[in-house]
Design a protein around this ligand. Structure first.
Ligand code: FAD
Length: 482
């Protein structure tokens, strides 16, 4: 009898423990993906994620087809879809890889219990993390709230197991596979095809993920520690959407880095590798925090922040931020990169986030939502962690009073104004030293660049100095109140 492999965010054939367990002994398998966004509650995937998912499912279906199997696509509810598939195929086992979002944990628990009650063999596996959230504990058996001790504890644990290669053959059930729905009918692509702009930037699917990793190991790893904060450079891996959808797993990344270092004769982790693996560690930490604090995406981990006096905004400030029209080039460049590519450099995520939360004093949840809808790597754990970090309200928080100045950040991390010029071509004619603060540029420089402020590019929507002081005053209020 056949075993069902329920693909979710593990859209790869290599290093896929559920697939590996299901097809052991060349047992026939039924590969299925169930589209059930409503089961994620308030955090159903956004538009950019849907675009990626569509492409990624097409890629996975192609890989399975090469092995002689069709990926069966079904609509949710998941339990009903699986039950129907069991009836249609006579399968007596179901395998999947675990996810850690609170709504999914609750759903999966229920499905596991139901299927077991019906006499099925049901197994869940780990494909998404180096160390599952409950396996990393403080000395007293608790969870971690700070990254550094968390990562130290991870590093003391056993090496993550080596990833299994993709199966070279898969058997279909004797009676064949049942019909699924066509991918195009899943409604993952937008009616107005704005998503086409993303195509030039990404290759969703495991082949694209492996190509990214290989290119990064060749060109990025050695100097990652130096280059990773410079948004104009292609210095980071851009693996985040691939990792989010499980087109590649952290174990594959981990072992590929170790193999590369061994090949190059490095006796221990180089500074570049150390820094890169620590970032993969931040992803693990985000899942750890989310698992132990299920309210994390919506509520500040530090409850004091639920009383924070946010600014009343008629929508104008938020829209200026979303559209990259704040008049602060480093922020606007980031927001435009996000809109154009579905991704934003980590340094700039922090700078744009800081402006929203500190200078504009708008709730971090508004930024979190915008990122959720526009990022191709939108991930509940990492996005919540990023926003609570920026707001200073969460685990391992940067203290609230650390306010990024977008002009100083630009001068430091984009010293040639290259990043700004790429995303805001209106400013490209200005000499580099004025690109981060065009409103302070001398009239002659503006004239020479053919740039008229207000007409071609806005002046800042906030006064950085005053808004910073107001934010600090607001912070004092909640500090005193507690
Ligand atoms: P690299 O520098 O090459 O890092 C390798 C991998 O490590 C990444 O692919 C990612 O999986 C992981 N990683 C790196 N930095 C972090 C981090 N700070 N937190 C968690 N994981 C990390 N990352 C997401 O994957 N999804 C999100 O929705 C997301 N939202 C964010 C929101 C804010 C406000 C901030 C400040 C950060 C957010 N991040 C998010 C983290 C980080 O910005 C991205 O993971 C990173 O920019 C992805 O680029 P990369 O793949 O080139 O990273």
């Amino acid at each position: 009898t056949a075993a069902i492999v329920w693909f979710r965010r593990d859209l790869r054939l290599a290093d896929n423990p559920a697939l590996q367990a299901a097809c052991a002994g060349n047992r026939p398998i039924v590969p299925v993906y169930v589209h059930a966004p409503e089961e994620l509650g308030a955090w159903a995937p956004g538009a950019a994620s849907d675009w990626w998912l569509h492409q990624s499912l097409a890629a996975l279906a192609g890989e399975l087809r090469e092995l002689g199997l069709d990926l069966v696509l079904r609509r949710g509810p998941s339990l009903q879809a699986l039950t129907r598939l069991i009836r249609e195929t006579g399968a007596d086992a179901v395998h999947w890889n675990r996810l850690y979002e609170p709504a999914i944990i609750a759903r999966d628990r229920e499905i596991k219990a139901e299927l077991r009650r019906a006499g099925l063999e049901v197994h869940s596996h780990n494909a998404a993390l180096l160390h599952e959230p409950w396996t990393v504990q403080t000395g007293t058996g608790g969870d971690y709230r700070a990254f550094t001790p968390f990562w130290k504890a991870c590093r003391r644990r056993e090496e993550p197991p080596a990833p299994a290669p993709a199966p070279t053959q898969l058997a279909a059930p004797a009676g064949g596979l049942p019909e699924g729905e066509p991918l195009d009918a899943m409604g993952l692509l937008p009616a107005i095809r704005w998503d086409r702009k993303l195509e030039g930037h990404w290759q969703p699917g495991s082949a694209g993920a492996e190509a990214r990793l290989a290119a990064f190991l060749d060109d990025g790893l050695a100097s990652y520690d130096e280059g990773r904060d410079l948004p104009a450079q292609p210095a980071t891996s851009r693996l985040s959407p691939h990792l989010h959808f499980g087109e590649i797993g952290p174990r594959q990344v981990w072992h590929a880095v170790q193999r590369r270092l061994a090949r190059d004769g490095a006796g221990s982790l180089t500074a570049g590798a150390e820094a890169f693996l620590a970032e993969v560690g931040w992803r693990e930490f985000a899942y750890h925090v989310l698992f132990h604090h299920p309210g994390f995406p919506d509520e500040p981990l530090n409850p004091r922040f639920s009383r924070f006096p946010w600014r009343e905004d008629d929508g104008r400030l938020r829209h200026a931020w979303e559209r990259g029209e704040t008049g602060l080039p480093m922020v606007d460049a980031g927001m435009r990169e996000l809109w154009a590519t579905g991704w934003m450099h980590n340094r700039v995520r922090m700078v744009t986030g800081s402006l929203l939360v500190k200078n504009l004093r708008l709730p971090w949840q508004q930024g979190e939502r915008w990122f959720w809808d526009t990022l191709v790597d939108a991930d509940l754990a990492s996005n919540s962690l990023g926003w609570q970090w920026v707001a200073g309200s969460g685990a391992d928080a940067a203290p609230y009073f650390r306010v990024f100045n977008p002009v100083r950040q630009g001068e430091r991390f984009d010293p040639d104004g290259e990043y700004v010029a790429r995303w805001i071509p209106e400013l490209a004619g200005l000499p580099a030293q004025h690109r981060h603060a065009p409103w302070q540029a001398p009239a002659s420089a503006l004239r020479a660049a053919g740039l008229r402020l207000d007409e071609h590019y806005p002046r800042p929507v906030v006064d950085l100095k005053r808004s910073r002081e107001e934010a600090l005053e607001a912070f004092q209020l909640i500090k005193q109140a507690s």
